[in-house]
Design a protein around this ligand. Sequence first.
Ligand code: SF4
Ligand code: FES
Length: 503
Amino acid sequence: MHIYINDTKFDVNENDTIIQVADRNDIHIPRFCYHKRLSIVASCRMCLVDIENVKYPQPACSTIVKEGMRVNTNNRSAEEAQKNTMEFLLINHPLDCPVCDQAGECELQDVSLEHGDYKSAYKELKRTVIDKNIGELVSTEMTRCIHCSRCVRFGEEVAGIKELGMTGRGEDTKIETFINEGLSSQLSGNVIDLCPVGALNNSLYKYSARTWDLKQMSSISSNDCLGSNIFYHTYNDEIKRCVPKEDEEINLSWLSDNDRFGYEGIKSEERILHPLIRHNENLEKTDFNSISEKFIEYLEKYSSGSCAIMSAQSSCEEMFLFQDLLRNKNVKKIDHRSKECDFRYQKNYPIIPSFDIKLVDIQSLDNIIIVGANISKEFPILSIYFRDAHKNNSTNIFSLSTYEFEENFPLKKSAILNSQELENYFTNSNNESGINLEKSKKNLILIGPAVSYLSNYSNILNNFSEYAKSINANLALLGDQANTSGAWAMGILPHRLPGGCFY
Ligand code: SF4
Ligand code: FES
């Protein structure tokens, strides 16, 4: 099947919309309410295009292609329609770009410049909207809102919490929280990126820099073990904000609030900002040269009876060098696990506690059993995949845990168990768990980091891994630090060398 856009022929799929074909082929169509990861509402009318033999311009975001369709995005009819829509959208917008944080990266500003007019027929007073406090992280300037409803749909469709809603009609339409509460979702910061104007702003970054002065550095989030792709934006060598870097296999277009706002911790006064050395009872400030001399001196002196701990927030390279240096000096007790207390069968553990499945494949699973993890709080990005799996594939999700919590996706069954009950959950023959998964289905058992802190962790892991084998399930282990897998692979363990070789 093919269509023509601006007289160029393109291959298309049966259910493509015009805007999807245009985006795939780098043809610009202005839009506000459309977002590729949200449902289509076609409410702003900014994407109107001209279609041959159709009387009036049609919204490109909601019009499905037809064989041989001839679309024009920039002829007189399309441009007139876009210009008129722009004029209506600006009726109530305050045009306060000089004092707006969004200036320089504002979709309204860009589209207005390219598709709007320099004058307006509207001479009446503009409306103003009183702002409400919706929490510490997202600040509002609701007079600027153009009612695209992206933020509302994000809450309903992606975050799974209906926190923002559209109230009133016509001139009185407002975006607000329903019950005067702030945003509580762990994904709430994404509405800042979604808002095409400066109505929803990043409270922590607000007024601290201009977007055109920022430098962009790509990085990987260190707040959970999923490795969301991020951009740090810096000004004068200081991190000013963190935004998502699109990644189709991990965080899609989103970031968890921990990832987005976690950089604030870098500036914390509670961090160790200088090397410190202990003299009797007191820690005294020193420099890197002195501390490294002292470190070598102590290592020579005390190595045989010493142990070493390293955080699994470090990179693989750092961890490899750390263990290499210490093992060469005969320090053998090296570890990164600070909360575990059951090491009985650690020799049998896999080389890397892997996730065992690609995030994008979660969508096709039939059953998921979560053990000891509050996914929507601890791994918010993962919760997006779980919600989609349930919505698009009717995936059954079960939760077994030692404490009570809520998830932002429906659970078919959940149980609160003590550690012993957890251990015996699938081995007890009298068990009336109601979780009977078929071998022929696609199953996943996901073990959260909290399980590894239990005193019978080895037995729990062993029993769940036996059960996983019996139902042909993937067994995924979630680490509690960003690079737990790296720490296992690099030998930050007392019983393993890099690469999983036994000591
Ligand atoms: S606040 Fe922003 S994202 Fe929400 S409806 Fe208004 S313009 Fe759209
Ligand atoms: S982007 Fe198509 S109507 Fe809003």
